[in-house]
Ligand binder design. Structure first.
Ligand SMILES: Cc1cc2nc3c(=O)[nH]c(=O)nc-3n(C[C@H](O)[C@H](O)[C@H](O)COP(=O)(O)OP(=O)(O)OC[C@H]3O[C@@H](n4cnc5c(N)ncnc54)[C@H](O)[C@@H]3O)c2cc1C
Length: 435
C-alpha cells in the first residue's frame, strides 16, 4: 500500500488515541494539527487536583487490548477514581511513546486547522498541508448559553477559561446555571480553599445533580433488550430491570454496549422526546460522581453552602452597583457572579470554527437534532449533498446524534481502533508494538 499522509485535527483525548493507533499499525505519515500541547483538551488539560475522573481507572486505558493499562501506569486500583490531571499526564505519556515509536512519520503542527480542500488542509498560520485522509477530532460543541448577559464581567460564560473562577470573591453569592458534572466541578473549585463564606446556588430545570458511584458496584446486568418496539416500551423494560436488579447502576452500565443500537432504532420523534424528557435523568444515572466527590457535595448541601433548585431563570438584569439580579421562580435574588454550567449546545450555533467551516463548505451536514455532524456507518462525514466524504473521518463527541454513546474514553478508543480497520490497516495489526 502506498504511504499516505493522515491529518489528525485536534490533539485532545480523541486525537491522541487516533494518532497512537495510526502510528502503531501503519507506515503512513501522521500530521497532528493542534494549537496546544497534545494530550490536553477540555476534560484533562486544565483539570485541578480536586477534579476526579467520573469513571473507574479500570475503564480508562488508552489501549482497547489492555484494559488495565492506565491503572498500572498510574499505580492505582482499577476500582479507584484518579484525578483527571493524572489522566492528562497519562495521555501525554501515551502520545510521547507513540511519537517515539513513529519516529519521523509524525509531525505536530501547533496551529488551528481552518478548512479542508480536496487534497489539502489549511491552517491559520502555517499555510496548507497536502493530505490524503483527515480525521476530525475537535471535541465537544461549545456550551449552550441558556441565559446571556453578553460581556458582563460578572457573567462567566465559560467556566473552563483559565482564571475564570478565581476572580470570583469568596463573599459573593454565586449562581450556577445547570446542575450537571460541570456545576459539580465548579462547586469543587469555588470551595477548594475553604475560604468561601457566601452560598452557591445551582439551578436547573429539574434540580437534579448527577448520582454517585458506589465503592463496591454490583455486577453489571446483561439486559437482553432484543427489540423494544417504542421508547415507552424501552423505558418500561429498563425500569423493571432496575427494580429487579436491586442496584440500578448494574442495569445502566449493562445497557452501555446496546445504547447506540437502541438510540438508532428510535424514530426521530422518539429521539426528540428522549432529549426533551429523559436525556437529563439518563445522564444523571449514567455519568456519575466519584464517591468522594458525591460525599463532598452532600456535605456542602448539609452545611447550607450549596443549594440546588429546580426551575428556570425568568430574567436577568445588571444593576449599576455590580453583580446580577436574577429572577428565579422563588423571586428576584442578587448574585455576585453567574456561572454558565450548561452542557454542550446544539449545532450550528454551538459548532466550533472547524466544524463550522466543514458545514459552510458542504463537507459536512448536521447530524440528527443538531447534536453533532452526520456520519456513515464507518464514521465518515456525510456532506451537504448527502454523499459520503470518502477521506473525512470523525471521532469523538461530534458523533453525538448519529450515535449516542460517543464521549467517554471507552467509546473513543474503540472508534480510534475502528478507524484503522476502515482505513485498511487491519492486516498490519499483528505487527503492532505495545505502548
Ligand atoms: C469535564 C469532563 C470530564 C470528563 N470525565 C470523563 C471521565 O471521567 N471518563 C470518561 O471516560 N470520559 C470523561 N469525559 C469525556 C471525554 O473523555 C472527553 O469528552 C474527551 O476528552 C473528548 O476528547 P476530544 O479529543 O474529542 O476532545 P478534547 O479533549 O476537548 O480535544 C479537542 C482538541 O481539539 C483541538 N481543536 C479544536 N479546534 C481545532 C482546530 N480548528 N484545529 C486544531 N485543533 C483544534 C482543541 O485544542 C483540543 O485540544 C469528560 C469530559 C469532560 C468535559
Amino acid at each position: 500500500m502506498r504511504t499516505r499522509t493522515v491529518a489528525v485535527v485536534g490533539g485532545g483525548c480523541a486525537g491522541v488515541l487516533a494518532t497512537r493507533e495510526l502510528l502503531r499499525c501503519s507506515d503512513d505519515r501522521v500530521v497532528m494539527i493542534e494549537p496546544d500541547e497534545p494530550g490536553g483538551g477540555l476534560a484533562y488539560g486544565s483539570a485541578r487536583p480536586w477534579h476526579l475522573l467520573n469513571s473507574r481507572a479500570g475503564a480508562m486505558s488508552a489501549d482497547p487490548d489492555d484494559p488495565g493499562h492506565f491503572a498500572r501506569w498510574a499505580d492505582v486500583s482499577p476500582e479507584s477514581f484518579a484525578p483527571r490531571s493524572v489522566y492528562g499526564s497519562y495521555l501525554r505519556d501515551v502520545f510521547h511513546r507513540a511519537a517515539a515509536g513513529g519516529g519521523d512519520r509524525l509531525s505536530v503542527v501547533r496551529d488551528r486547522a481552518v478548512r479542508v480542500g480536496s487534497t489539502r488542509i489549511y491552517t491559520e498560520k502555517s499555510g496548507q498541508i497536502a493530505v490524503d485522509e483527515v480525521v476530525v477530532a475537535t471535541g465537544n460543541p461549545a456550551a449552550a448559553q441558556p441565559v446571556t448577559v453578553a460581556g458582563h464581567p460578572d457573567y462567566i460564560a465559560d467556566p473552563w477559561r483559565p482564571g475564570a473562577l478565581e476572580a470570583i470573591p469568596a463573599d459573593a453569592p454565586v449562581l450556577l446555571v445547570g446542575a450537571g458534572l460541570t456545576a459539580v466541578d465548579v462547586v469543587l473549585t469555588l470551595t477548594a480553599d475553604g475560604n468561601r463564606d457566601a452560598p452557591i446556588t445551582a439551578v436547573s430545570r429539574r434540580g437534579q445533580l448527577p448520582l454517585t458511584h458506589v465503592s463496591s458496584p454490583a455486577p453489571v446486568t446483561d439486559l437482553s433488550l432484543a427489540e423494544p418496539r417504542t421508547l415507552r416500551d424501552l423505558v418500561r423494560r429498563v425500569r423493571t430491570a432496575a427494580a429487579e436488579a436491586g442496584d440500578w447502576r448494574a442495569v445502566v452500565d449493562g445497557l452501555r454496549p446496546s445504547i447506540d443500537r437502541l438510540w438508532g432504532n428510535l424514530t426521530a420523534a422518539e429521539q426528540e422526546a428522549f432529549l426533551r424528557h429523559l436525556a437529563r435523568p439518563w445522564e444523571c444515572h449514567r455519568h456519575r460522581m466519584a464517591p468522594s466527590v458525591g460525599a463532598r457535595v452532600a456535605t456542602l448541601r448539609e452545611e447550607g453552602r450549596l443549594e440546588v433548585r429546580s426551575g428556570g431563570i425568568r430574567a436577568i438584569t445588571a444593576p449599576p452597583a455590580g453583580g446580577l439580579l436574577v429572577e428565579l421562580e422563588a423571586g428576584v435574588q442578587w448574585f455576585g457572579a453567574v456561572v454558565n454550567c450548561a452542557g454542550p449546545g446544539r449545532l450550528p450555533a454551538a459548532a466550533g470554527s472547524f466544524a463550522r467551516s466543514l458545514l459552510a463548505d458542504g463537507h459536512a451536514r448536521l447530524g440528527p437534532h443538531g447534536l453533532g455532524l452526520d456520519i456513515d456507518a464507518d464514521g465518515r462525514l456525510v456532506g451537504a449533498d448527502g454523499t459520503v466524504r470518502e477521506h473525512l473521518w470523525l471521532i469523538g463527541p461530534l458523533r453525538r446524534g448519529a450515535r449516542w454513546e460517543t464521549t467517554a474514553v471507552p467509546e473513543i478508543r474503540t472508534q480510534a481502533r475502528a478507524l484503522i480497520d476502515r482505513l485498511g490497516y487491519s492486516s498490519q495489526l499483528g505487527h503492532m508494538a505495545t505502548i
